[in-house]
Design a protein around this ligand. Structure first.
Ligand code: F0G
Length: 490
């Protein structure tokens, strides 16, 4: 298998001052965002055309889509930053692995390949495939939440994790690092669990906690990483009270890269060593392989615990299929196995993380307020600062996403009041928290030229931000409303 490798010196020079320096506690912006550019560690073999559209056409498209960007056909999108999930480009080695996929119902050789890869990289003996991240969450929560009212703490749960906790009658309790809401705080590892509040909470309530979930990187907190020191401390607390700790590992390889780059004493370790050390403090992991697995579909659960495995197996068979395929085709299992190996490659990771850093830093230096330091997979623009004239209940993040599409054909999505939905007790919008526009970068898909186009479009839009109109519901869906509701401009 051909693995592109870049010598460390090249990448370190190219990434400028901020990468590869371990003693930093704060992220230090480079003098020029261009220093963050890293040459692509791949070349393009197959291309997919994207559509240029006119402003008049996009205006019609928006009207037809009822101002919900999820309703727009990808035919009408120039750059799609809606998500980095399942949208990456597979390598020639992955396409070759697909051809060799073993489609046996039981005992697929492709499963063996995946299991052995996960054993090697994650250090867990038992591996259960799952058709994507949320089905792994369903298995996990079905096992752990045995009665109503049990509490599942975390740094910040991803939406589907939270939804599955509540679906089983559980309660979400989050302990994000306090710095995470301070967009101007440039400290690293803002994805950490806040130990000061987490430890006393667990001490008092441990009998009511069936499971702790740590999400690395923390998507809902701007893709910020969790440090090795933090997972070790969380693990210690969980072990003391005999509470299982699982890691939502969708972007754990990007997280390991942040540890290698920024955490004191870690720079000489390989990504594999860091992954294994990180997970050694935990009881297991669930993963949406659509992110760091570099595939378009798939996921898995991994653990060393025989009892959990025995119980998870039953749920997997019930929800997803037999334990050696878990809702996936054999070829998908093979593609994940190859994808995981490619994702730990330093050349790949430098390019990957640098793209988000380049996009974020370019906008930030031009005066766009956003979640900083740059996370691994996306940039998160502060919508309230971008459009201070739009009241929170007119969903500024969504309003900007609509305006950006009209301006440029770029699709992003709102992470804020619209996504959080209504408080079931009061029926009112949950306005507490940030209102953000997320631009998530698919893996190995877009060039720096395309990122430059996005930067220009956003800066153009910033100049006329006062003309952006808020949005209101025409039809509001009762839950997960951002996907299916219809809107009008105010
Ligand atoms: N956990 C995290 C941290 C995620 O970001 C996601 C999905 C999931 C779990 C669920 O995985 O989609 O395979 O079922 N995040 C996507 C996103 C959808 O756009 O951030 P899934």
């Amino acid at each position: 298998m051909l693995q592109p490798r870049y010598p460390d010196e090249v990448s370190n020079n190219a990434t400028g001052v901020s990468m590869g320096i371990n003693e930093l506690v704060n992220w230090k912006p480079p003098a020029d965002a261009a220093q963050l550019k890293v040459a692509e560690p791949f070349k393009i073999k197959s291309v997919e055309p994207v559509c240029q559209t006119t402003r008049a056409h996009r205006k019609r498209v928006l009207r037809g889509a009822k101002y919900n960007l999820f309703n727009i056909s990808s035919r009408d999108i120039l750059l799609d930053f809606l998500t980095d999930s399942g949208t990456g480009a597979m390598s020639q080695a992955q396409w070759a692995a697909l051809q060799q996929g073993d489609e046996s119902y039981a005992g697929s050789v492709s499963f063996d390949l995946l299991r052995d890869t996960v054993r090697d990289l994650f250090g867990f003996k038992h591996v259960l495939p799952s058709h994507q991240g949320r089905s792994a969450e369903l298995v996990l929560m079905s096992h752990f939440i045995s009665k109503k009212g049990l509490v599942v703490p975390g740094n910040l749960h991803f939406d589907t994790t939270g939804a599955h906790i509540e679906f089983q009658g559980g309660v979400i309790r989050e302990f994000p690092d306090r710095r995470i809401v301070d967009l101007d705080d440039l400290s690293l590892f803002k994805g950490n669990m806040d130990l000061e509040s987490f430890a006393p909470y667990v001490k008092k309530n441990h009998r009511n906690i069936p499971l702790v979930v740590l999400t690395a990187t923390c998507n809902s907190g701007g893709g910020q990483p969790v440090s090795l020191a933090n997972v070790a401390a969380v693990g210690k607390i969980c072990r003391k009270y005999r509470i299982p700790l699982f890691v939502d590992s969708a972007r754990i390889i990007e997280n390991a890269y942040f540890i290698k780059t920024y955490e004191p004493g870690q720079s000489r370790k390989s990504i594999r060593t860091i992954l294994r050390e990180f997970l050694s403090h935990t009881d297991g992991a669930m993963m949406s392989a659509k992110k760091d697995g570099l595939v378009n579909i798939g996921g898995f659960i991994a653990t060393n615990n025989e009892d959990y495995f025995d119980s998870f197996r039953r749920y997997t068979i019930l929800f997803d299929g037999f334990v050696t395929y878990g809702g996936l085709a054999g070829r998908d299992l093979a593609a994940i196995a190859v994808g995981l190996r490619e994702a730990i490659d330093l050349g790949y990771l430098k390019h990957r993380v640098s793209q988000a850093a380049y996009l974020a830093t370019s906008l930030w230096k031009a005066g766009v307020r956003m979640v900083m330091p740059p996370g691994g997979h996306a940039v998160y623009v502060d919508a309230r600062a971008f459009c201070p004239h739009i009241p929170v209940r007119q969903y500024p993040g969504h309003a900007i996403a609509v305006a950006l599409y009209l301006e440029s054909g770029i699709r992003g999505c709102e992470i804020g009041t619209l996504l959080r939905g209504r408080d079931p007790r009061t029926g009112r919008d949950r306005t507490k928290g940030l209102d953000l526009l997320r631009l998530a970068i698919p893996r190995r898909v877009y060039s720096y030229n395309q990122l430059d186009y996005a930067i220009d479009a956003i800066l153009r839009l910033k100049k006329k931000a006062h003309t952006i109109r808020g949005v209101k519901f025409v039809r509001e869906s009762p839950f997960l409303r951002h996907f299916t509701s219809e809107f009008a401009l105010i």
